[in-house]
Design a protein around this ligand. Sequence first.
Ligand SMILES: *[C@@H]1O[C@H](CO)[C@@H](O)[C@H](O)[C@H]1NC(C)=O
Ligand SMILES: *[C@@H]1O[C@H](CO)[C@@H](O)[C@H](O)[C@H]1NC(C)=O
Ligand SMILES: *[C@@H]1O[C@H](CO)[C@@H](O)[C@H](O)[C@H]1NC(C)=O
Ligand SMILES: *[C@@H]1O[C@H](CO)[C@@H](O)[C@H](O)[C@H]1NC(C)=O
Length: 959
Amino acid sequence: MSSKMFPILEYVALLSVILFQLEPRIADSNNTVMKCIDEEREALLTFKQSLVDEYGVLSSWGKDNDKRDCCKWRGVRCSNKTGHVKVLNLRRSDDENSRGTVLKGTISPALLKLHDLRHLDLSNNHFGGSPLPEFIGSLSRLRYLNLSCGTSLLKVPRPFQYLSGLVYLHLENSNLFSLGSLHWLSHFSSLRHLDLSYINLTKSSDWFQVVAKLRSLKTLVLHSCALPPINPSSIWHFNLSTSIETLDLSDNNLPSSSVYPWLFNLSRNIQYLNLGFNSLQGSIPEAFQLMVSLRFLYLTSNELEGEIPKFFGKMCSLNRLCLPYNKLSGDLSEMIQNLSGGCTMNSLEGVCLEGNDITGPLPDLGGFSSLKILVLGENRLNGTIDKSLSQLLKLESLSLGRNSFTGVISETFFSNMSHLQMLYLNDNSLTLKLSHDWVPPFQLKSLSLASCKMGPHFPKWLQTQNQLISLDVSNNGISDAVPDWFWDLSIELVFLNLSNNQIRGKLPDLSFLRYDDIVIDVSSNHFCGPIPPLPSNSTFLNLSKNKFSRSITFLCSIIKNTWNFFDLSSNLLSGGLPDCWLNFDSLSILNLANNSFSGKIPDSMGFLHNIQTLSLHSNRLTGELPSSLKNCSQLRVLDLRKNALYGEIPTWIGGSLQNLIVLSLKSNNFHGNIPFQLCHLAFIRVLDLSLNNISGKIPKCFNNFSAMTREKSSNPIIGLADKIWIFPRYVYRYSYLDNVLLTWKGSEHEYKSTLGLVKCLDLSSNKLHGAIPEEIMDLVGLIALNLSRNHLTGPITPNIGQLNSLDFLDLSRNQFSRSIPSSLSQLNGLSVLDLSSNNLSGKIPLGTQLQSFNASVYAGNPELCGLPLPNKCPDEESTPLPGRNDGANTLEDEDDQFMTLGFYVGLILGFFVGFWGVCGTLMLNRSWRHGYYNFLTGMKDWLYVTAALNIAKLQKFRN
Ligand SMILES: *[C@@H]1O[C@H](CO)[C@@H](O)[C@H](O)[C@H]1NC(C)=O
Ligand SMILES: *[C@@H]1O[C@H](CO)[C@@H](O)[C@H](O)[C@H]1NC(C)=O
Ligand SMILES: *[C@@H]1O[C@H](CO)[C@@H](O)[C@H](O)[C@H]1NC(C)=O
Ligand SMILES: *[C@@H]1O[C@H](CO)[C@@H](O)[C@H](O)[C@H]1NC(C)=O
């Protein structure tokens, strides 16, 4: 049940209202459909002209003789009596075949000529922010208006007051401007369905009063409207007790104080209540028990605490109880106990409690005989799960992933689960012992058994599961080859994760996979041979960390594709990079690192207009950087380290790639000066130019690296964190995190998932000369600064004490002179310091942590004295210490390891991908929340029960 579902069912219901009830049908003696009126045909054709119809949705609309009757055009219905167009329904349907068949363009005022238009539905199309046409307000006979189609509502739609006969109104906004007063709505006395989701109502402080005046309202959906908190003094107005059956105020960040006071006033007729993605706190309020008709309760992602109250056990209509991603705690057995004992046991078909803090073993759920959906993932449940579910004969979806369940699961566990379609047992400590010839009683659509120790053989029983659309058997210790039958089976798959096993053999031709938006992850296995043909309609392909070999020039035979993420890193691939990237312009992440690719970076990489992460490091690439790369203006991570690239550092990097967060040119043959244009990289957090032949002075403008001048970082994650795809039937969620690895003398400091917090500047091992510009001391966010192995001179500025985030500081092997500033000791977080081999002199500032470092840190500065060095300063008594040469010895040892010394910034590109959005932590960014909302409330495969409700609803409307 969802805001998405309502339009469909109400559409049918209201269509009958509009066409039959408002104008009772007068029998047409000839019973033929009236031909359309010329003027209206012309109007519709004008309307069509302003649309962009790439997919020929309106191909039946035309001027040819056989098409003249506009009443037979797609989406058009005329009155049988008058011939006037009454219905224009160009809603793009939700089913997967219609994906892409979207209408764009603008909405022409020619529609005004359709004087008798009652029903206008352009929903699910995308008018790309074109303004919501005001003329719509003049279509005064409209009863049904659905414009959730990506238009922009720029101001209060004044003319809408003429639409007061509307029964159904669904608008949507694609910009972030807020709408003012909703007073114009208060005259819409016939309104039954109002959906203003995604319209910013922050400034509509009267929404509450206006809505209360709409006495016919049955459905109110204000999802993600940035609703202002409700003024407590107006709460007594909120009396919807007679009409409202469906209320969705989700994703408005409403606090408890805005919601709880009026919950008690809510209609006894309310059937569907969604208050998810708000800020409800405390225990679950008693008010729910007054909602005697309540069937669907969604409180996803609030901050609710405590247990499930006992009254839920006596709500005889309760069908779905969804409380995922709250702070509920306590023992599951007690929660289930509270739901037991009353009539709820018979009505309850779905319980979703994932992402809480629920503990204990899985209790016996046998009494809940209607249960179809049980989602308990991401809690702290433990114990075994072998017996407690065996009586749930209707179970369709079972998710127990990401808990601490233990034990062995055998075939008998599943013997009664003949309706099971979705099974998630991933990431527990379970062992699945299923015999080779097992024939399961179910046909699954979605299966995740990640980390279930099923290996070493590829599970043969999967051969019986020929309806799978999603399969995750990653990290199962499987060391077989993938059997041939599996690839026959997988034709329906849209999500396949075989990663982190030891699977060997070759991959077959995968281009046969027929659905759109496929996700394939076979990374970290022993696959070998050439990269096979890949499906062009995929979004996410990860073949990294295998033994694939040979060249990848075959990519040029893939003409058009929808690839978003392509990772071939850490294989044995060789040859030149293909030069046909024009076909790959949907890529946002391309990782070809750690192979043996040679030759130049091809010019056509400049066609990767959407690329955000380009990683080509650790190959044998040579030549200069092609200037076409300046077209890749979305680039955030450019990692070219460890190649044989040469030339000067191009000035356009600073001019055109201004979104760069990470730039690594380390270990190449770049020469010349550091161009001052590089200072335009305001977002840069990791700049690594080390191990090149760069000369000249350090530019004075490095303080323009604004991200480095801030100590805290607002967005700690780089990469495509929690990107969500929502397709009619599938939700994918993936994160691709660019992590940083800092290595110092062999010890690694990994900054997991928080690359955004790491700020490094590494110019070491070049030929830079001159002093350290004072401006570098403004980079107070720096965690690592490496200027070692250059020809830098002058004193170490006392301002170095400003860099108080520093963890690593290496100034060794330069010609820095004078004394060590005492401010250096203010760097409390400093864990690694190297000042060796300079011309520093005088006394090491005393009484500070500078004494806690090893003497080698200061070695090779003949005129430096004081602890921890063995040589005392002239003003001190000289008592020769044993081991006087220790420091020097260390230095020599280290000399041999020149290349491993120093600090090393490595990027680890890691990713996470999940299906259905249920496996993984919930990140509360806006797009993810929307995805999750739609997923939880709108997915057909997930919410099987909705169909039954729709039918019930439909019948109600007809009565
Ligand atoms: C029925 O059809 C005949 C000819 O086919 C026409 O003359 C007549 O007007 C039509 N009647 C109606 C009510 O449309
Ligand atoms: C008009 O007549 C056609 C053909 O008989 C019929 O299918 C359709 O339902 C009628 N439409 C209305 C609105 O009565
Ligand atoms: C809503 O509009 C207000 C002001 O018009 C703006 O500050 C706010 O960011 C907007 N909220 C959203 C979620 O777009
Ligand atoms: C389950 O976890 C609790 C602590 O949360 C512990 O006391 C109990 O022994 C565990 N039970 C099993 C069967 O591991």
